[in-house]
Design a protein around this ligand. Structure first.
Ligand code: SAM
Length: 289
């Protein structure tokens, strides 16, 4: 069933069994250490599901389903839904409610230890979603990038401040290591913001929805991605310094001067392509040593 809600069309799931409803209505004391802030605002939940826009062909992996706020909308709308939940009680309650659904599977596990290569998934097919625990959201994103060969897209709820950094463009005040390294691998789209009032308990920070889609082919491939990481880290460790000074320990001014870029700029004024040029010049000179 598709139903109009304001500007968007959202998919409303079929009626659930009372057992499922009981599982969802579980009396659970939120665990701070697991970053548990549960979505309660139906309009927000529907807007997120609408942004994900699940189809009957999709194989979706939800990270941290919690009490099923998103799960119950995703399940009837996709081909297969697998969820990864660390909290044993929450996983058990979800299992109790949803175990009869053939296309549903729970992995009661830490997502940071989950081997995505064990999933029965084709290249670039997985759609990853999650209202992520904010304390581990950056490690989760980098962990998932190791499996980008399997991933079609990722739609996450994150701290607004993190989304601003992820989506920052050259020259923005939030531009830095996180945005550059994620944009190296993915197209980043800041979709919309979510107020704290949409959650119970309310997080202290504002939130936003972001979509990360791994590039089909890297727009600016570096010869050595570890070298690129090092260049970016070194440059942004000394944000106030101009490039030729901050990179002294990594590359000679002579080599830098051969590149088609202005080395008297500060790190926030160089594009990803510029950083790749510098990184490749370093990897090249290492090879010639
Ligand atoms: N999806 C639910 C919602 O929107 O209401 C819950 C979101 S809550 C912010 C984060 C969820 O991630 C919780 O259910 C928490 O138990 C789970 N979680 C925390 N750390 C995790 C980890 N390392 N691996 C898998 N799940 C984790």
């Amino acid at each position: 069933r598709w139903q109009a809600t304001g500007v968007n069309m959202v998919h409303i799931p079929h009626k659930m069994s009372s057992k499922t409803a009981n599982a969802m209505a579980l009396q659970h004391r939120p665990r701070k250490r697991f970053g548990q802030n549960f979505l309660r605002d139906t309009n927000v939940i529907e807007r997120i599901v609408d942004a994900i826009h699940p189809t009957g062909d999709d194989h979706i992996i939800e990270i941290g389903p919690g009490q099923g706020a998103l799960t119950k909308y995703l399940l009837p709308a996709c081909r297969k839904l697998e969820v990864i939940e660390l909290d044993r009680d929450l996983a058990a309650h979800l299992a109790e409610g949803l175990q009869k659904e053939e296309h549903f599977q729970i992995h009661q596990q830490d997502v940071l230890k989950f081997d995505f290569d064990t999933l029965d998934a084709e290249e670039k097919s997985l759609r990853i979603v999650g209202n992520l625990p904010y304390n581990i959201s950056t490690p989760v994103m980098f962990y998932l990038l190791k499996y980008q060969h399997l991933i079609k897209d990722m739609t996450f709820m994150l701290q607004l401040e993190v989304v601003n950094r992820l989506a920052a463009k050259t020259g923005d005040k939030n531009y830095g290591r996180l945005g550059l390294m994620v944009q190296y691998h993915c197209q980043v789209e800041h979709l919309f913001n979510v107020p704290s009032a949409a959650f119970t308990p309310k997080p202290k920070v504002s939130s936003a929805i972001v979509r990360l889609a791994p590039h089909p082919t890297l727009p600016a491939p570096a010869r050595d991605v570890n070298c690129l990481k090092l260049v970016i880290r070194t440059a942004f460790n000394q944000r106030r310094k101009i490039l030729k000074n901050s990179l002294k320990s990594l590359v000679s001014e002579e080599v830098l001067n051969t590149l088609p870029l202005d080395t008297s700029l500060r790190p926030e004024n160089l594009s990803l392509q510029d950083y790749v040029l510098i990184s490749d010049a370093i990897s090249n000179s290492d090879r010639n040593d």
